[in-house]
Design a protein around this ligand. Sequence first.
Ligand SMILES: [Zn+2]
Length: 414
Amino acid sequence: MMYFANARVFDGTGRAPFAGEVLVEGNRIAAVGEAGTLARRDAEVVDCGGATLMPGMVEAHAHLSWPSSVGRIFDAMVLPPEEHLLVTARNARVTLEAGFTSAYSAGSLGPRFEIALREEIDGGWLPGPRLRASSLERLPDGALGLKADESHARTPEALRAYVREMAQSGVDSIKFLLSSDDAFTPGGSQKLTYRDEEVAAIGDEARSRGVYLACHAQAAEAVKRAARHGFRIVYHCSHADEEALDLLEAKKDEIFVAPAIGLIYTRVHEAEKWGIKPGTQKDMGAPAQLERMQKLYPKMRKRGIRVLPGGDYGFPYNPIGTNARDLQWFVELLGYTPVEALVAATKLGGELMGRGDKLGQIKAGYLADLLVVDGDPTRDVRILQDSSRLALIMKDGKVHKRARVLTEPERAPA
Ligand SMILES: [Zn+2]
């Protein structure tokens, strides 16, 4: 048992932080109370010293197999499989150490990387976030110059078979690219990839197999198809029109959206070192996309659509481990308050993971995924980017990192 004393508790719901204490028993939060109200029993006491205790964060657009992470940058996106799997496992640890105790994958670069990784993490053999494991990202045959390939065949029946095959392989989520992107071909973000009857077949089959669907969707019609056909999370959405917003709002209890703004921000402002110059074709349309997002996402916020941080981390100029920057962009660029950004990263993240009744809040009975943060992220979310301020990281009741938060005997004067 572990007893967190002297904490400012941010419980993930949006309630103002309060002076409180939390008791963890096994992998669960056993009790939450105002300061001085809980029995310590025989628990180990962690004196938070007034630091903030908050739920672990959820990365809503994770690519753990995208190679680059803080401290280790790769130019290539694809490595030999042996290296690639090890790098993926390392990136899981880096993600956890950035304060993200859950990750919803937006696509893997190896068909079984994330399935294997999820088993290792869940078994407690490798450190990493709870993972919703994904398939590869799928495009239809002929899209983006793909050569004819049976695995990319495009008929409703072929897509049903693909969904079945993926569900059987053990992924939690299947990722489709429902539109192209300016990053792939100029003007691509307005081009659709699949036909509507194909997306309908995908949605229908996924529903009956109990597997989640995620999509890359820039074009308005791609967003609408995702909403109509039961996709769980829609990424980017930068060309969403009013009709698309109406559809997302009508389904707001079922669907999630993530702009993946981290990648777009760094592509515009920090990618020059990698040969991506703003105002040239190499910027992949990112400046215009960032501008569209800054107009669009404040509208989504007003409509109560569940928009989550998660930023396509893993590129050399947007490495894994800097994931908490997304919260800063929510506040500075998309019109969210710090508390709203934090709720999106915690409570709404738990809902995205499919475990809203157990994950993403500090509440009795919830899973003990907790951060002790030196400072007040409800005033300034940027402090979450500083790993030296993440004084303690707990996942599933196990302490992964503990620094500078002392137990009572350690704190006592000699
Ligand atoms: Zn992505």
